[in-house]
Design a protein around this ligand. Structure first.
Ligand code: HEC
Ligand code: HEC
Ligand code: HEC
Length: 130
């Protein structure tokens, strides 16, 4: 009898765990980031690795700052988010990645962690690598 209960419980835990794993949103591995359709491309596209940032223990919601942790993750350039051409204002596409005032833009964060001696790109060419 004991054995039967143990097996049933183990099965329940396994089923629950796989259901949770299936429901969780997965971060794509390696991305090449570029401007949204209709915006001019003037720089080489940027390599981005979720794996390296996850390993550095950065929360998903540090970057995906409007994400609720369950629903679909929206692109940075979703209309009315960071989809404007030019360099001014928080809705500018450029600002999302280069703002020095924000600790959560690519450049804003890298400038801070570079001071701790971490190997992070901070020059145009290091991110926009050919
Ligand atoms: C250091 C910043 C950063 C962190 C941390 C991060 N992401 Fe991302 N993620 C990005 C960027 C940038 C993109 C590309 C967005 C775009 O295409 O506009 C992206 C794209 C995605 C996409 C694809 C969205 C699409 O446009 O189809 C998913 C899904 C995703 N991330 C999930 C996650 C999850 C889950 C985590 C946490 C485990 C995570 N991300 C952590 C920056 C980050
Ligand atoms: C909140 C902080 C933070 C943000 C935001 C962030 N990074 Fe990073 N990034 C890091 C840290 C920390 C590392 C170093 C990881 C390590 O220890 O090697 C890193 C490493 C990197 C590297 C070098 C490692 C590699 O993948 O070759 C690249 C390239 C990079 N980031 C690109 C980006 C881009 C592009 C964005 C914006 C879409 C971004 N990062 C946003 C903290 C951040
Ligand atoms: C930490 C990484 C990082 C650094 C450093 C960086 N950028 Fe970017 N930049 C990005 C990301 C990510 C995007 C969005 C993806 C894309 O459009 O290539 C972007 C987009 C752009 C865009 C709009 C898209 C395009 O092709 O025109 C311009 C312009 C730009 N960057 C210029 C610069 C310049 C100039 C510098 C140096 C002063 C610089 N970037 C430094 C990550 C970076």
């Amino acid at each position: 009898m004991h054995r039967f209960i143990m097996i049933t419980m183990t099965l329940c835990v396994l089923i629950l765990a796989s259901a949770l794993a299936w429901a969780a949103v997965e971060a794509p591995t390696d991305l090449k980031l570029g401007p949204p359709e209709g915006m001019r491309v003037s720089k080489p596209l940027v390599n981005f690795s979720h794996g390296k940032h996850n390993a550095a223990k950065i929360e998903c919601t540090t970057c995906h700052h409007n994400w609720d942790g369950k629903s679909e993750v929206r692109s940075c350039s979703t209309p009315a988010c960071h989809d404007q051409p030019g360099k001014k204002g928080t809705t500018a596409f450029y600002t999302a990645f280069h703002s020095k005032k924000s600790e959560t833009s690519c450049l804003g964060c890298h400038k801070i962690v570079k001071k701790d001696g971490k190997p992070v790109p901070v020059s145009c060419k290091a991110c926009h690598a050919k």
